[in-house]
Design a protein around this ligand. Sequence first.
Ligand SMILES: C[S@@+](CC[C@H](N)C(=O)[O-])C[C@H]1O[C@@H](n2cnc3c(N)ncnc32)[C@H](O)[C@@H]1O
Length: 230
Amino acid sequence: MQRDHHEQLQLSWQANADAWTAAVRERRIESRRLVTDAAIVQAVVALAPKRVLDIGCGEGWLCRGLAEQGIESVGVDASVPLIDRAQALSNERTRYRVCGYGELANQAAQLGRFDVLVCNFALLEDPLAPTLEALHELLESGGRLLIQTLHPWRAGGASGYRDGWRVETFTGFGEGFSQAMPWFFRTLESWLTLLRQTGWRLQWLQEPLHPQSEQPVSLLLLLSAEQDRA
Ligand SMILES: C[S@@+](CC[C@H](N)C(=O)[O-])C[C@H]1O[C@@H](n2cnc3c(N)ncnc32)[C@H](O)[C@@H]1O
């Protein structure tokens, strides 16, 4: 069952690549436009990194945004068409590579290490522990991991506040989304437990609010490696 979910999730990011690229580049997603894009860019820039790894980079908007701030970044994603879209707009500060999270552990020699690892709405699977453990190898000493995800208190849906698979149909994101995406919902307690168990120490968390509703739109977590004393 979990294998099916994993495959469907990957397939959805191939089938929906054009629709997703249009939704992001035409700034159709209100929560991103009003809140979460700025939140993640500010959080990265505040850390003053030289090199950033954008994990699950999609069509590459965040790498391009960081390049505008003079920050070098590498984006990785399993979706070939999304990486193609990203590469089409790459510049001297951005690099992209097709890479599933399962292959990340073997990439340290090629990609090098990074001051900041970012996962922006890109940790959608279960189990996630192997990915979170593999990320340690890609982090410079004293580096940080930033995760932005849907706010757990807003995203549980009709299934209640319980870990489990949900389905995203991309309603309201525009036309062309031909395949729904399974994704794994985690409660706040589950996120914090998982991160502690995989060697990540919480430095801070933020809950960016929608400017009108004043409800939290996302959960933003800054983490350091447990073994890192820097
Ligand atoms: C919601 S999109 C977010 C894209 C980008 N971070 C952004 O903010 O626009 C999720 C991305 O995660 C990628 N992804 C999900 N699971 C993955 C995996 N196991 N390996 C590599 N990429 C994955 C998808 O291909 C997709 O591009």
